[in-house]
Ligand binder design. Structure first.
Ligand SMILES: Cc1cc2nc3c(=O)[nH]c(=O)nc-3n(C[C@H](O)[C@H](O)[C@H](O)COP(=O)(O)O)c2cc1C
Length: 215
């Protein structure tokens, strides 16, 4: 892309990318988030990323200091290759309820919360909008746009199960972090790739993140 575009042309060029909100919360499974981010960036998407406080801790605890939010871009390229630098992303504060994705008028076609904690799931189920993550999810539901929740917990309490039902009834897609084993995964990245592939398929992308079942 030319760097000499006038400001208007440049912003149009950025907006023409498919834009998604991607939230990372404090449920185990940071690699599901980074694999999904990398796969969407490889497809030249723009991501509006929000990481909760426990999501920030999760990235460092499970992937190391190198995956801290302020060096996520470098981490994605180091881990998944140069193609992860193709798209763009902005990190928004979870406290900023005036950020872009807090409004239905913003051009963001879908949202993924990966991984999704039971706490955030409860907030979405009850439309609380206490944080940017909860508000953006609420926006997706009210605008009838795709909202994909990737919860991880085991076992689950009745309130947690009921909250998933509430979200599903409101139109969200519940995609539990449950990688399959029939593709014979050999590495943790194979498991993360399975979930990232399911998310990409739900967003309408073709991919080869896991081998397709041939029967
Ligand atoms: C090491 C660790 C692992 C956790 N794993 C999970 C989990 O798998 N699922 C979950 O729902 N919560 C888990 N939690 C609890 C959440 O992080 C906690 O409820 C937090 O308040 C979620 O906030 P958030 O949704 O704003 O990120 C974990 C917490 C820690 C410290």
């Amino acid at each position: 892309m030319s760097t000499n575009l006038p400001p208007r042309g440049r912003s149009h060029a950025i907006r023409s990318r498919r834009t998604f909100a991607l939230a990372i919360t404090g449920a185990s499974g940071a690699a599901y988030a980074t694999r999904t981010m990398a796969a969407l960036l490889e497809r030249d998407c723009h991501l509006e990323v929000v990481v909760s406080d426990y999501g920030r801790r999760l990235l460092r605890d499970e992937l190391g200091e190198g995956a801290a939010v302020d060096r996520l871009r470098e981490y994605l390229v180091e881990t998944y290759g140069d193609a992860a630098a193709k798209g763009s992303f902005t990190v928004l504060s979870n406290k900023d309820l005036g950020a872009t994705i807090a409004s239905g008028s913003h051009d963001c076609e879908a949202m993924v919360i990966v991984p999704c904690s039971m706490k955030t799931l409860a907030g979405v189920a009850h439309g609380l909008s206490r944080s940017l993550i909860e508000r953006a999810a609420d926006v997706m539901l009210k605008e009838r746009r795709r909202l994909i929740l990737v919860p991880r917990e085991t076992p689950m309490s009745l309130p947690q199960l009921k909250n998933m039902v509430l979200c599903a009834e409101a139109g969200a897609m519940i995609m539990p972090a449950m990688p399959a084993f029939y593709q014979m995964p050999k590495t943790l990245d194979d498991l993360a790739g399975f979930m990232a592939g399911k998310i990409l398929a739900a967003l309408g992308f073709s991919h080869d993140l896991y081998p397709k079942w041939e029967g």
